[in-house]
Design a protein around this ligand. Structure first.
Ligand SMILES: [Zn+2]
Ligand SMILES: [Zn+2]
Length: 239
């Protein structure tokens, strides 16, 4: 059956559309242009760090800004193909990117999952108005696909934006944190779901971490026992 499907719809590279051997893959050229994160990383944000270390390490940015979450990981550097995949998922209706992206996220996230716990995956919420204009939440697509990979539960509406959040584009790091503080909360019908439970917050891209910080604070306020974060791509140059 799979062979028949491939005759009619041959698998295509996620990035360039060229023919590839298997479903949900990248061609060799695009694979080479994708910065998969491996080796030594910042324990808070997953950013790649030079060298090797036996200790837990943090990048300069995470040393400068205290992160409210315990640990974080990222699958890709937000550049080249990684950037295009994020934009395709966010703005291009490219839902097909979520599944392979979740496989890459699962690879880097498994080591920070607490074994034998009932971790709940929670996507970063879109604002309602943006949700209506965009019709889907790319972070929810990732959380759903990642929950299958990690064999965890997920909840699409455990977090919500309380009021219209002004666009963060062009704002300084401080302004971003100020803008987001307290704007994200756990609706009261969801607090029981999070209480005394580890939470993994899922997003497509981490820039300053302001959104993830606001989401973490909300989960901790709702009684989550611990919060970690997992993103598809990390902006690697210091903003
Ligand atoms: Zn390609
Ligand atoms: Zn970091």
């Amino acid at each position: 059956m799979q062979t028949l499907v491939h005759l009619v719809f041959p698998p295509r590279c996620l990035n360039c559309g060229g023919l590839v051997e298997t479903d949900f893959g990248l061609c060799s050229g695009c694979w080479r242009d994708t910065q998969f994160i491996s080796g030594l990383v910042c324990d808070s944000c997953g950013k790649p760090l030079p060298g090797q270390s036996d200790r837990v390490e943090h990048c300069d940015e995470c040393l400068a800004i205290a992160r409210p979450w315990a640990q974080g990981r990222a699958a890709l550097v937000y550049a080249d193909v990684g950037r295009r995949l994020v934009l395709g998922l966010k703005h291009g209706d490219r839902h097909d990117i979520a599944r392979p992206a979740a496989q890459w996220m699962a690879r880097v996230t498994r080591p920070i999952l607490r074994p034998d716990t009932d971790t709940l995956l929670v996507p970063v919420p879109l604002h309602l108005h943006r949700h209506l204009s965009r019709r889907y939440n790319q972070s929810a697509l990732l959380a759903q696909a990642l929950s299958e990979q990690l064999d965890c539960d997920w909840c699409p509406d455990a977090l919500r934006r309380q009021q219209a959040t002004p666009s963060l584009d062009g704002k300084s790091r401080h302004e971003r944190f100020e803008t987001l503080a307290g704007r994200i909360s756990v609706p009261s019908i969801r607090t029981r779901l999070l209480k005394d439970r580890p939470v993994l917050i899922v997003d497509d891209v981490m820039t300053t971490g302001a959104t993830l910080a606001a989401c973490t604070e909300a989960c901790l306020a709702a009684g989550a026992s611990e919060v970690c974060v997992s993103v598809l791509a990390r902006v690697a140059q210091d903003a």
